[in-house]
Design a protein around this ligand. Sequence first.
Ligand SMILES: C[S@@+](CC[C@H](N)C(=O)[O-])C[C@H]1O[C@@H](n2cnc3c(N)ncnc32)[C@H](O)[C@@H]1O
Ligand code: SF4
Length: 367
Amino acid sequence: MHTTRTLFFRLINWTSRTLFANRLSHAHIQAFLRNSSLRKLWNLAIVYKDIYLGREHTRSKPFVLILETTNICNLKCPFCLTGKGISGGRALRHMSFDTAKHIVDQVADSIYLLQLYTWGEPLLNKNTLSIIEYTKTKNVYVMLSTNATAMTPEYNKRLIESGIDYITVSIDGGSSESYKKYRVGGDYEKVLNNVKDLLQQRRSRKAKNPFIEWQFVVFRHNEHEVNATEKMAYQIGVDKFTPLPAYTEDESWLATDERFRPQLLNPERLKNCARPWTHLNIRADGGVASCCYEFFKKDDFGSMDETPFSETWNNRLFQQSRRIIGQERRRVPLEKSDIICYNCVKSGVRPSYVTIDADDLKLNKPG
Ligand SMILES: C[S@@+](CC[C@H](N)C(=O)[O-])C[C@H]1O[C@@H](n2cnc3c(N)ncnc32)[C@H](O)[C@@H]1O
Ligand code: SF4
């Protein structure tokens, strides 16, 4: 059974990479099918027209909203910037319900999908459930990724009742030994029982939602457990199992299996970056990030605490980033710039975990 599912998800990935040069996830497809409207479809058409024409000033609005509900975490995963205790120059905070509502209200007419995390553990914010409940009244698909440590039977009940569509649980291992090597501070038995409880509650309600994905970040110390864990995940009722190549700053942590080694230098895909037209990323401190790979406050394009969406979306920095991406697509020399997209597009190295000075191709480790 799990082989059929794996093949199905591989087919979706292959098709979306071939057609859109980007990974189109199950969540994207479900969001499109479930949460469309004429207004959103019209906006989508303008988004893609403006990407195609390389428009720097766009009349379209984003169709994915990312709200970092918190930049605080209870674990210390060694290659996660938050896990390392790096703040990136930001205040550490849980986003308030009012802040989230204020942002959602400004873009709900164009948004298909709301993602409720970037760097931090979303279930630690006591407002996360009410943010989900509110956004679900706006015909938006809602998803989050969690380390599953803060779940309890009562919390799981409320999570299902909130109407959330998709939950990724991050469990990198099929045994306590390997799990705790990366998820420092986590308890394997506890998170596994939390996920089993969530699945059990969903089953007893005969509910299909939320869709539950088990994500397994693959390192050298856990790669031998991938197959057995995938089998176990499907046995307990998980809908999708995803082994993910790990970003590390330490070669000795990298998996030996080529399939699980990250492709850091991949300019071909970055040339097709469309995020400054498609995604609005808001960090826990209200900062408007260029994309989910951006971490440091100095790289922000604005602040939703200070400026409304309507004045931010076409500001100088957004226009500059669209210009750089447009130049790369047309294969004309990039205009030298100190915004984060310049290094990213020119080098093909995404700006988290490692940064790069694209002009002398020097890799730097953040932190
Ligand atoms: C920074 S976490 C924030 C959400 C939540 N705390 C969690 O762990 O799921 C976002 C995603 O990054 C993934 N991640 C963490 N460390 C990683 C690494 N070294 N390489 C690749 N992905 C990683 C997590 O598994 C998660 O899916
Ligand atoms: S649980 Fe998530 S946010 Fe927390 S340290 Fe690990 S990867 Fe980072």
